[in-house]
Structure formats: C-alpha cells, structure tokens
Design a protein around this ligand. Structure first.
Ligand code: PRX
Length: 699
C-alpha cells in the first residue's frame, strides 16, 4: 500500500491486505512536557474505561456530554433511533450561537478574546505587518446580533437556508453565527469554487439570500467573489430561481474604487445588493438567540459524491454541538483560561473549518485563530511566522500542507520560535509516515503529541483519533475510536475482520454528530451511507463511510482511502463525475473519464482521459494538442474550481469499457499511474482497444 494518501489505490476494499508495516510507537507524555496543565484523558486505562462506558451505557455517556451545553429547555430523551434516522436530545431547546458566544458573556467572560484574525496582505497600505483583528466574546456577540438583524431585515427567518461565499475574514464567522442566532441554516461554499458551483448549491438549498464579499486576498491576488456570485445569480435566474438579496462585505475596496452600488439597488434582474457596512453596520447589535429544537437544522454543507451532483449534508443543532464540543475538547485538550490559542488552518468552507475553526473552540471558550490567506505569501514561512508572532498553542492542518512544507525546506520552520506549540493535528487524508515524522520533528520539536484525526463531513467531528494524553501514536495511523464511537472493520456481510485484513470502515451505532440526511434526497442518504453493510446478527444497517481500512494487532485503525468514485485532491473531495461533466460540457469533448493517481504533495492528482469530437476539431481548425489540453484544464477550473483542474489531460481514441458499458476505471488508474503498459501509445493518443479486450472478463 502506498502511504501517500492514495484514495484510489484501494479500488475496492475486498481482498486488500495491507503490506505497510510501521512499528514506531510514540507513547503519550506527561502533560507538562508538552506544556499543558493536565490532560482531559490522562491514561490508556482511563480511555479504555471511558470508551467501554460509552458503548455499554451510551445514553448515560451522551447525557453527560450534552449537559455541558447550555439548554434553554432541558431534553427529555437522549436518543430516538429508528435506523437510519436518529433524533438526539429530543424535547430540548437551545441555540448554537448562544452556546458559542452569549453564554460566555453571560458568565462573565465577555472580555476574553474569542477570535484572533490575521489578513493576508502585508506591506504597502498595510504597513510593515499584516492586519490583525481581535474580537472578544462580547464584540462577537454584538457583531452577530447586528448581522442577524440585517439578515432578518432582508427577510431571513427560521428554517431558511442562507448561502455564504466569503473569504476567511471575521465577518465570515459573524455571518455563520448570525444565521445560527436567527435559527436560519447556513450553507457555506468554499471561496475557491466557481459560479456554477454556487448556483447549483444555492438552487438545491432553495437559498434566497447570499452573503459574500467584493473579493478576498489569496497569494497576493484578489479572488473575484462578487463577480462569481453575480454569474451564479444570473445562472440561477435563467433556471427560474430568484435570489432576493446579496449582502456584500467590502473587503478589497471595490466600493472605494468606484464600482459601488447603492445599498438596496437591483444589480441583476430583481436581485437586490446591499453593502455590509450599510446593512450590518447600521443595524442594532441586540438580537435575541432563537430558541431552536435540538433536531432543528443547523447547517448544510455540500460535499462531492460519486454522482455529479454535490450532496447537501444536513446537520442539526443539539447533537452536532454536543459531539463537536466533546471531540474538540478531548482531541486537542482544549481548556478555557489556560492561555490556549488554537489554530486550525482549514477554510470555513469545509467541515473542518465549521467544527474546529468555529464551533469547537468557541463552545470550549478558547481563542481561535483565523488566517485569511495562503501559506506562501509573502514568503513560504508565513505559517511559522504566524505561530511565532501570535503564540499559537495547538495547530491543526492537512497532510498535503505538511508535504508542501517539507518540500519548501527544514530551514523555514527552523528560523522561527515555535516553542509556544503544545500539540499538532492533521486531518483530511491519510498522512504518510515520512510527513508525520517531519511534522513531529520540525514543527513539534519532538515535544508535541501529533493527533491524526479521521472523520468526514458526514460524521460532524472526529471519529477515530488519538487522545493526546492517553493513546500512543504510530505515524500513519489515526489510532483508536473516539469515546462514543463504535467503529469496526467489516466485510461486505458486516462481519468484523481479524487484524490486518483490509475491509470496510463502519460505525455500528448512532452518534450525536452524524448527518441527519442529504438535503432533499432521502434515497441518496439511505443508499450512500446505510445501504451497503448490515449487522449480520440483527440486519440493522451500519453507517458506512466509503473508506477502506484495517486494524492492526493493537486495534489501531489505518485508513486506506475511498473505495467509491471520489478523489481526494490536497485533502479536498472531488467527485469524478463532477469533473467528467465539466469536461464533456466543452464542445471539443465527446467522452471523458477521470481517475486519481498518487501524488507526492496532493495525495492524489486528477488524470483525465478524453475522447474528442473530430467534427468539432475539423470545423474549428484545431488539433489534439497541448493547447487544447490546457484549454480543457482551464475549462474545468472555471466550471468546478481550481482544485479540480486535472494534473494531466490525455487524449484517447475511445475509453476502455466492459461489455456492459462500464468504464474500466481500475485499468485507467493503472495506466495513469504508469503501472500498465499500453500496447500502442503515442504521446497524444491512447488506444485502449487491445487492453480493453484483454481485460473484459476481469471487471
Ligand atoms: O477518506 C477519508 C478522508 O477524508 C474523507 C472525508 O472527507 P471530507 O468529508 O471532505 O472531510 C474532510 C475533513 C474531515 C474520509 O472519508 N480522511 C479524512 N481524515 C482522514 C482521512 N483519511 C485518513 N486519515 C485521516 N485522518
């Protein structure tokens, strides 16, 4: 098995026995050695007891965790479970923003800093250092109040879905929490996605209000967020979906440059645009938190699936909050009043940003750091500079970023004082042991535990992860299940497999952070997650994550990667179908198949096999050449987002298919990775006919 996060090598989990042997074990250390006063869970015995209790008495266990939240009305039942539908903490009412912000103000911690933010630009108008803003819990309460009142004035009410497409600025946190305050659901779209993606998601969610910014800074350039929203709004209007209002933060000075509009003006069709500074700035900061039922929707977050259409993963209020406050506390050893500054470098456009930039740290009354831009602006040591200047204590990032830092050189972190760090985390894809060791040595200086957290958009929070004071780590393993999580590796019949046999990663019982549905698509919810594996004893469905994995003889989990048609590029999920649909929407393309291949930095990279339309080529006077490959790459970036741009486009005369017409993806993966020799291979054209015939029986 490759250790570089090759989602696609797993192919199918059936019959995959891992050959990776990684014997290094890093036992947990004393809390003081890493700079903590104490561990929440301080020994393996304590972890085992906690986990055992959580499985033997789940209701008692979760009742205690949920009691850490602030409930307006206490819940009467912990769980109502009618597979695959769970209702957690029913009868209870609460508000997510209240739990993140107001209750800390009410209990006397209004002057504690909730959010430290650093903008990307440095120099020029920004002077010597970058722009830094600090918001106390009280300030955050007032800002979310203002924003909630502004959204209300735009007609947003309980149960609506507000689409948010913003750069990583404090107002993004404010907008998210303001939705929660009002009882509206937020649907955050990553700022790297293209207009088509905005339109598709806003339409699916039935969203009538979009919150955006005129632009955002990324690697010294301006990302044209507002222009993308405009294009999205136009596309929506053509489909008959009217966006009523767009709220626009003036982040990059578009208003100053004269392309201002008067707030309330219609800019596109009937859609009215409002500057943030008028609509939010002019609103009152006093806005009560809506009293929500535990099972009311908190947010939608769209994620790629194996069909072309992204899935709106639905999370509700009480369960998500209970799970995220617990996982954030236990995995990162978060504690209030302990001088902690927690930095998760993920964008709030992904689940990691939802759970561990915002909700997790804020519920735990810890200061969270948010950085707007790229790790290599203005230089490749920006992250280490941020850690040193602000005194970050816990740092959480992705393996793809770590591999990039390795490439940039050891001297960059060595040039900074990283002694404030107490703990390091990774997320998003399997981490190869080399990257783990580098992180441990060069960033953690062999002092900080490294927590490799395995989870998904759908799980809401960490499901397999080391608890830093209790569970010894092995580079490349996410170790053991979170308390409350009954995880197992099973075969297709649901039978648990012996050690070191590759199988399907399942969770056998409900947990509070689990998704409650795929928005507007019951069938997809049931078939994607609950339709594949059943409890062999009772026939009840298990939750299946679509990952292949194994456990070693110590019970440690080793995630092998996805077994469905999604590719993890730099830790971000992309559906092969999404990219294929984008390709065939180009007039030159007749057919396309996309696969992932192992990539040193990105984990996996996309290779696209494309068959062209000869008639189009003739008519346009074009050839199957590099210029066309480039054009197709740019087309995908425009349609889906830059992340989806194929690393390589290869032209083929026809795609290899089985007799039943299924594209032979495994063969394409082998070809793309250079494993399989193609009999007749020119640089521009691949002829699969011979191989396809040879392989026909195998698929
Ligand atoms: O394949 C697993 C991989 O990321 C997938 C979930 O992606 P997403 O919903 O975008 O959430 C990413 C952030 C939680 C999983 O199905 N994955 C995530 N974390 C790890 C991982 N694979 C191995 N090790 C991890 N720590």
């Amino acid at each position: 098995m490759s250790t570089t996060g090759s989602a696609d090598q797993a192919g199918s989990a059936r019959g995959i026995d891992s050959t990776l042997v990684e014997n290094r074990l890093f036992p947990p250390r004393d809390a003081a050695e890493s700079g903590f006063a104490r561990w929440h869970v301080g020994s393996m015995a304590e972890y085992r007891a906690l986990h055992r209790r959580s499985v033997e008495d789940p209701e008692g266990f979760w009742r205690e965790e949920a009691a850490r939240l602030n409930w307006f009305r206490p819940f009467t039942r912990v769980l109502e479970w009618s597979a695959p539908d769970a209702k957690w903490f029913t009868g209870g009412t609460l508000n997510a923003c209240h739990n993140c912000v107001d209750r800390h103000v009410e209990s006397g911690f209004g002057e504690t800093v909730a959010l430290v933010w650093e903008g990307e630009p440095v120099g020029g108008p920004w002077g010597a250092g970058p722009e830094v803003r600090r918001l106390t819990y009280r300030e955050l309460m007032i800002e979310t109040g203002r924003c909630a009142n502004a959204l209300r004035a735009l007609g947003v009410t309980r149960g609506d879905v507000v689409t948010i497409y913003m750069p990583m600025v404090p107002e993004l946190a404010v907008a998210v929490l303001a939705c929660a305050r009002l009882g509206a659901a937020h649907s955050v779209i990553f700022g790297g996605f293209a207009p088509h993606a905005i339109a598709e998601r806003a339409a699916d969610a039935g969203s009538r209000v979009i919150v955006t910014a005129d632009g955002g800074y990324r690697r010294g350039e301006i990302v044209p967020l507002l222009a993308n929203v405009d294009e999205g709004v136009r596309a929506l209007a053509n489909q008959g979906h009217v966006v009523n209002h767009v709220l626009v933060l003036d982040r990059v000075g578009a208003s100053a440059r004269g392309d201002a509009f008067r707030s309330g003006e219609a800019r596109i069709g009937p859609t009215r645009y409002h500057w943030w500074r008028d609509a939010v700035g002019g609103a009152s900061g006093a806005c009560p938190c809506a009293e929500m039922d535990s099972e009311d929707m908190l947010f939608l977050l769209y994620t790629s699936g194996s069909t072309g259409k992204p899935k709106g993963i639905l999370h509700t209020t009480g369960g998500y909050l209970a799970f995220v406050q617990m996982t954030a506390r236990l995995t990162f050893n978060l504690a209030p009043d302990a001088g902690q500054l927690f930095w998760c470098s993920a964008d709030v456009g992904w689940i990691t940003g939802h759970s561990y930039v915002l909700y997790g740290p804020l519920m735990n009354r810890v200061t969270t750091l948010m950085y707007e831009g790229a790790p290599n602006f203005p230089r490749q040591d920006r992250f280490w500079d941020i850690i040193a200047r602000h005194g970050v204590t816990q740092f959480y990032t992705a393996p793809t970023a770590i591999r990039t830092f390795m490439k940039w050189g050891d001297e960059l972190p060595a040039g900074h004082d990283l002694s404030s760090l107490r703990l390091l985390g990774t997320v998003g894809e399997p981490i190869n042991p080399e990257a783990w060791m580098w992180y441990h040595r060069h960033i953690g200086r062999e002092r900080c535990p490294v927590v490799d957290t395995y989870w998904q958009t759908e799980t809401g929070g960490h499901v397999v992860t080391p608890l830093p004071g209790a569970i010894g780590t092995k580079p490349g393993s996410c170790t053991l299940p979170m308390p409350g999580i009954d995880a197992a590796i099973v075969n297709e019949r649901g039978e648990e497999l012996p050690p070191n046999r590759g199988g399907l990663f399942v969770i056998r019982r409900p947990w509070p952070g689990m998704l409650r549905g795929v928005y507007g698509n019951r069938e997809r919810f049931v078939s994607n997650y609950w339709g594949r594996v059943k409890d062999p004893a009772t026939g009840a469905p298990f939750y299946f994550s679509a990952d292949g994995a194994r456990r070693d003889t110590d019970g440690y989990f080793w995630i092998q990667g996805r077994i469905d048609d999604v590719i993890k590029v730099s830790g971000h999920l992309l559906g092969t179908m999404e990219v294929e649909s984008a390709l065939v929407s180009h007039p030159a393309v007749a057919e396309a198949a996309v696969v992932g291949v192992p990539h040193d930095i990105k984990g996996s990279a996309i290779v696209a096999f494309v068959t062209l339309r000869p008639a189009w080529l003739a008519r346009e006077g074009r050839a199957a050449d590099d210029a066309l490959k480039k054009e197709l790459g740019a087309h995908v970036a425009r349609e889906v987002g830059a992340l989806a741009r194929p690393e390589q486009v290869r032209f083929a005369e026809g795609l290899p298919k089985t007799r039943s017409g299924k594209i032979m993806r495994r063969l394409l993966r082998d070809v793309a990775a250079g494993v399989e020799k193609i009999t007749q291979d020119t640089t521009t054209l691949e002829d699969f006919s011979v191989v396809a015939r040879l392989r026909d029986d195998e698929e």
